[in-house]
Design a protein around this ligand. Structure first.
Ligand code: TMP
Length: 236
């Protein structure tokens, strides 16, 4: 497999073409941003950790019947994936209130929600990734009603699998963000990463934060938290 020219560079990853039109290589970076790029830094070893963790979690989800873009992890910071066009939607599930839901509607951080909340944002930095709904997505041509229904159903299934998986490792899954993409054949696949950058993880016993909130909120101990999460995800 030959790595060809770079197609795209995001805040945390680069995407490269390969000599097969149906496959891309993703390279994970140590760069970290928060608040739509307002805060910038690096987290040493993050690229390697997030690449490995995403690989393990995607394999586990695939074993539960979730269709993902991952073909295989290629190296410490690279993975081979099926080529998809990403829906410009940040798909979020919340089990416990934290972050923007607490700011937006005042539900205190740490409140366990009576049922999971599914939401999505329009992935567009020019507008600060605003919260939108199904009607916006359809009218704006971001996804069809059927695609949204599939994404919602699959995301809620992923939430149940991930909640159990992390609970077995002493971690409370507070919320997470995932993305979906579509292949040239029209197949919808889970894409992007599942890592401490894109999830909130609280230690089930102590409540200690083991995710990017340590960076967003200048709490220190960031590298250690990411390492600890990788260790727990790798626990059989
Ligand atoms: P929020 O509380 O800031 O809306 O974030 C909810 C979850 O989504 C949290 O686990 C962090 C993740 N997230 C991303 O991965 N990327 C983003 O751009 C945002 C806003 C949130």
């Amino acid at each position: 497999m030959q790595k060809l020219e770079q197609l795209y560079e995001g805040k945390a990853k680069k995407v490269f073409k390969t000599d097969d039109d149906n496959l891309y290589i993703i390279e994970y970076k140590d760069d970290a941003t928060a608040g739509n790029g307002a805060k910038k830094g690096t987290i040493a070893g993050k690229g390697v950790i997030n690449n490995k963790m995403t690989g393990m979690i995607y394999d586990m989800l695939a074993a539960h019947g979730i269709k993902t873009h991952l073909v295989k992890v290629l190296s410490d910071n690279e993975q081979l994936v099926k080529a998809v066009t990403i829906f410009p939607l940040e798909v979020i599930v919340r089990n416990t209130a934290a972050g923007s839901i607490s700011k937006r509607v005042g539900i205190p951080e740490g409140t366990v929600l009576s049922e999971p909340i599914f939401e999505f944002s329009y992935k567009n930095d020019d507008y600060d990734d605003p919260l939108i709904n199904d009607d916006y997505a359809v009218v704006m041509g971001l996804a069809t009603r059927d695609e949204i229904a599939y994404i919602r159903q699959t995301t809620l299934k992923i939430n149940e699998i991930l909640k159990d998986f992390f609970a077995q490792r002493g971690v409370n899954l507070i919320d997470f963000k995932i993305e979906f993409g579509k292949t040239a054949d029209g197949e919808i696949l889970l894409a992007d990463e599942i890592s401490p950058d894109t999830c909130r993880f609280w230690d089930a016993k102590t409540g200690e934060k083991l995710d990017k909130d340590r960076f967003r909120r200048d709490m220190g101990g960031i590298e250690e938290a990411y390492q600890e999460m990788l260790r727990r995800v790798g626990d059989k």
